[in-house]
Ligand binder design. Structure first.
Ligand code: GLC
Length: 423
């Protein structure tokens, strides 16, 4: 019997055993992200569960832009469609989607206690655990070690340092013949990713978090204006104008092909930058994002994804079981090693195999633990509108359609209107 046949035979045997035990094989559908290697990792994980249980799992992929993904989910859930059993949801969505999701605490047997408390709290809405943490995220700075060395530049401490080094290296590389070389690539499209980038700039200048923990709109302040003005100055200087249409993958494409000195991205980009076919393999360093000024702070927006079971699923029990499997220690360890996805179980940050594969998980542990949250808990169901207003105002400043002062006072009025009767 060939290898394939053996494993097919074993699969069949599992199904027979399950059937004999009176368990009916089900087909579950999970919607997974498809950014970088995400879809493949999701398929491998769900396949392992299917082999163990005799059930089938269908993986459907979703748009890469978190904003587009949210509107797709909202349509499916508003129609009370049972087509998707398990949704991969963003850390900022529990408040918006809670009413469509199952309370998982009835199925977990306390498994959530092994995860970061702040995430479990984030995923608990009105006392219901609407999602299990799957991986966490924080924005980080990728840089080319070889080029900083070649041009005798330090790893930047402040955004101004970053801007200066980017100019020096860009001028040199262009003179040497690479006219596609840029200093800094990031996510500037008008979507959720820009909210994450801009929140980093603002909070690195100590300019707050758009709306504070008490629900007060704080975005119209001098630190925020300074931060946006600096970012706008990058366009056509150290960043290409096309960055205004970049999501994570466009930025990674430029950096990974060797055409940028710095990149802002999430940790997933590490394992791809280190892959065999990457032009920058072994030439990349990762550090916390720069501070606003000398008295600013290193920040990184808290991101990350959770797994939730739809209230309209007809396979709730099996779906909850698959969620527990995918969010378990072993599976998070596999995803950390193979895809540099940040675990949500603290102990994995001390695991030698994980740290060998992704050294900065140890070095930047504090950055990951103290990621700056977007104001989604306080604004609840209104978060989508808050973020949309923020990324649109920011995009106008970046593209030169508005001055920071004008954009931020307009944004302030708009947000105050949204929050007027409480968020
Ligand atoms: C990453 C983050 C997520 C964020 C998204 C924005 O996927 O994990 O939280 O909303 O990027 O593009």
């Amino acid at each position: 019997m060939s290898r394939l046949n053996v494993s097919q035979w074993m699969l069949g045997a599992v199904a027979v055993v399950a059937f004999a035990a009176g368990v009916q094989a089900k087909t579950l559908t999970i919607s997974c992200g498809a950014v970088g290697a995400e879809k493949q990792l999701c398929e491998e994980g769900t396949q392992a569960w299917a082999e163990q249980t005799g059930h089938d799992v269908k993986v459907v992929s979703t748009p890469n832009s978190a904003t587009e993904r949210l509107s797709l989910y909202q349509q499916l859930l508003a129609a009370q469609s049972g087509d998707v059993d398990i949704f991969q949801i963003d850390v900022v969505w529990p408040g918006m989607l809670a009413k469509h999701l199952v309370d998982l605490s009835e199925y977990t047997g306390g498994a959530e206690d092994a995860h970061f408390k702040s995430l479990v709290q984030n995923n608990t809405v009105d006392g219901r655990l609407v999602a299990m943490p799957w991986f966490t995220d924080a924005g980080v700075l990728y840089y080319r070690k070889d080029l900083l060395e070649k041009y005798d530049q330090d790893v930047p401490e402040t955004w101004q340092d970053l801007t200066n080094s980017a100019r020096v290296v860009m001028a040199g590389e262009r003179e040497a013949g690479n006219d596609r070389f840029w200093g800094y690539v990031w996510q500037g499209r008008a979507y959720e990713g820009l909210t994450c980038n801009a929140l980093e700039w603002v909070s690195s200048y100590n300019g707050g978090t758009i709306v504070d923990a008490d629900g007060k709109v704080t975005i119209n302040n001098p630190h925020a204006r300074e931060a946006l003005a600096l970012a706008a100055s990058w366009i056509d200087d150290i960043s290409p104008r096309s960055v205004l249409n970049y999501t994570e993958e466009e930025a990674r494409g430029v950096f990974q092909s060797g055409n940028a000195l710095f990149m802002r991205n999430w940790p997933y980009a590490w394992s791809l930058a280190q892959s065999e076919d990457s032009s920058v393999k072994d030439k990349v360093g990762v550090v916390a994002l720069p501070k606003g000024g000398e008295d600013g702070s290193h920040t990184g927006t808290l991101g990350g994804w959770q797994l939730a079971v739809s209230r309209y699923s007809e396979n709730t029990e099996e779906a909850a079981d698959l969620v527990l499997f995918l969010t378990s220690y072993e599976e998070q360890k596999r995803r950390a090693i193979q895809g540099s996805y940040n675990p949500t179980i603290p102990g994995l940050y001390k695991d030698e195999e994980v740290l060998t594969a992704v050294p900065f998980f140890g070095e930047l542990f504090e950055t990951f633990k103290n990621g700056v949250p977007r104001p989604s808990s306080v604004t609840g169901e209104s978060y989508g509108r808050v973020s949309n207003a923020f990324f649109n105002a920011t995009h106008q400043v970046l593209s030169g359609e508005a001055e920071p002062e004008q954009a931020l006072s307009g944004l302030e009025r708009q947000l105050q209107r949204v929050g007027r009767r409480g968020w």
